[in-house]
Design a protein around this ligand. Sequence first.
Ligand SMILES: NC(=O)c1ccc[n+]([C@@H]2O[C@H](COP(=O)([O-])OP(=O)(O)OC[C@H]3O[C@@H](n4cnc5c(N)ncnc54)[C@H](O)[C@@H]3O)[C@@H](O)[C@H]2O)c1
Length: 258
Amino acid sequence: MRGLDGKVAIVPGGATRIGQAVVAAFRAAGTRVMVADINATAGAAMAADGVGFTPCDLRDDAQIAALVQATRDAFGRIDFLVNVACSYLDNGPASTRAEWLESFDVNVVGSVMLMQAARVDLAKNRGAIVNFGSISSRVAQTGRWLYPVSKAAILQLTRNQAMDLAPDSIRVNAVSPGWTWSNVMDQLTGGDRAKTDRVAAPFHLLRRSADPGEVAAAVLFLCSDEASFITGTDIRVDGGYTAMGPERAEPAIPLLMA
Ligand SMILES: NC(=O)c1ccc[n+]([C@@H]2O[C@H](COP(=O)([O-])OP(=O)(O)OC[C@H]3O[C@@H](n4cnc5c(N)ncnc54)[C@H](O)[C@@H]3O)[C@@H](O)[C@H]2O)c1
């Protein structure tokens, strides 16, 4: 893909499995990456040729400013922000005010503060931002309120950012993954990818979960020059999850005649 070689990306949440796939894809395309994460152990382990790490808590403006400066110092430019980081904090209908604010602080506000801090650099380089939505942006899921509402807000934020950053020639888009082989899936299944795919099969048309690299491929496309006229939209990397209705992928009409 054109327009990635020699560029620089900041990836908050880059220390996670999906983030690592984004970082690996950028490196393969010649893009240098500054990983930013609250998990300093996992983040520091990723430092390599062309990959830096800055510990950063997205709830703290001073740490965000330091992240942007550290990226300028290390790589001399900033072209892309890829907002992978998230909080899964959620107590559904019982969630407290503090929990709502915490969820939105990490999932929505942190990325906006990062955009503000890096806006001059992005404008100079006609850069791009990729936000992370989710299948949870569009459907109700039992017992989950904070995460889905914050993920829905991210899709609206993407439209607002696209409009008001267009005069700076900064494009803003989102990816909305379906179930993806990730740290969460790994922990919940004891490392059983086949089980994850079996559980995911009935509600993904492609009858499996995604590889992190399949999400990363969409992120790189949105950053690349191939997407030069794409802004304010969302790529659903969800294996058909949101294409499917309540009838699922099963013939329902015959049930009337059974
Ligand atoms: N896993 C899935 O199936 C799935 C599905 C749809 C969307 N997504 C989205 O993909 C992205 C990655 O998901 P994941 O499952 O790999 O998540 P994860 O919980 O494994 O990783 C999130 C990362 O964000 C970091 N983080 C958390 N709070 C932070 C803070 N305050 N400051 C800086 N970093 C912080 C964590 O340390 C971690 O490295 C998220 O945006 C998520 O909403 C994931």
